[in-house]
Design a protein around this ligand. Sequence first.
Ligand SMILES: *[C@@H]1O[C@H](CO)[C@@H](O)[C@H](O)[C@H]1NC(C)=O
Ligand SMILES: *[C@@H]1O[C@H](CO)[C@@H](O)[C@H](O)[C@H]1NC(C)=O
Ligand SMILES: *[C@@H]1O[C@H](CO)[C@@H](O)[C@H](O)[C@H]1NC(C)=O
Ligand SMILES: *[C@@H]1O[C@H](CO)[C@@H](O)[C@H](O)[C@H]1NC(C)=O
Length: 306
Amino acid sequence: MKGFVFSYLISMVYCWWEVGHMMTAQIAKNYLKDNRPDVLAWADSLVQDFNSLTDGKSNTFAEAAVWLDDIKETGTGFLNDWHYTDRPINPDGLLIKIDDQGRNINSIYAINQAVSVLTNQKTAKNRHTVFKAQMIRVLLHVIGDIHQPLHDVTFWNSSYPNGDAGGNFMKIQLSNGTLMNFHSFWDSGAVSFAPNNSFMARPLSQSDSQYLDKWSKELIAKFPKSKYSNYDMTNPSVWTYLGFRQAQQFVYPMIATSNSYNSDYEKQAIAFCEENLSIGGYRLGAKLIEIYDQILQNEAKLSLNE
Ligand SMILES: *[C@@H]1O[C@H](CO)[C@@H](O)[C@H](O)[C@H]1NC(C)=O
Ligand SMILES: *[C@@H]1O[C@H](CO)[C@@H](O)[C@H](O)[C@H]1NC(C)=O
Ligand SMILES: *[C@@H]1O[C@H](CO)[C@@H](O)[C@H](O)[C@H]1NC(C)=O
Ligand SMILES: *[C@@H]1O[C@H](CO)[C@@H](O)[C@H](O)[C@H]1NC(C)=O
């Protein structure tokens, strides 16, 4: 592969595309609806709290999963590091300097901050606060991001002496010959989630909402939660580590030997994204349940003390 020194920085993206995020949230929503409707009602009411303060494109539980990307476009850059955790893949053992690891501001931190704000005992009597309303949207988004393996790594070798920014500096060739940002290829579920003008534009049309709901139910049937009963469902450090391993074992190896179109890789990548998106949806659901149960406990303690 060539050494890429062009101005890809401008087009750097750090998010599952909108469809991936909305699917993760929709899977969590459908899981909660069937299992813990009380948790869904609480989380959804926090989503609604914020609606009048957004651009109107993130008013529903699923759409709100994209809000953390929306704010980037309006100059709110100070949360950009919350979208990923850059564990290094460094096959040549280069001496590397990683700024954000020193500060430990990453997707694990984001989730822990959200938990801390949402379950804070001092605010237990105020179920709704401005930061709680924001942090629910952080959870909806970042738990999705973690399940795109290129949000869990940065690759270093002498061609990428400053790292590849989670695949953002690499390119992959598509079947029609076009070169695509490698990170975007994965964000878009190997292009299978690519939105277009008439499809999945937010706010979602009624038919797109129905499509999303139907598709999420198909994935729930195909990848039922019971299949993952031995998976960790609540620890973001474990999730990012697994994403890192997937990147090391599967996501990068193909591009290491060739960056040209490989239909097997594309098929496997799509299958991988569908499954991991479903796992991400279940983990989002499980995290919301864990948080809500803690809130109920805090509230119970509060009423005892009164
Ligand atoms: C190739 O496919 C990609 C993804 O579908 C698309 O964005 C791009 O415009 C296509 N390029 C050409 C030259 O058709
Ligand atoms: C938009 O994407 C959807 C889903 O991939 C596809 O069914 C539809 O044909 C696309 N529409 C256009 C105009 O490309
Ligand atoms: C660095 O890694 C990339 C991606 O695997 C590879 O294409 C490139 O040849 C490597 N550079 C060196 C100097 O080994
Ligand atoms: C993603 O899906 C693949 C199967 O397609 C699975 O092997 C892997 O464990 C999943 N990744 C994570 C991080 O759970």
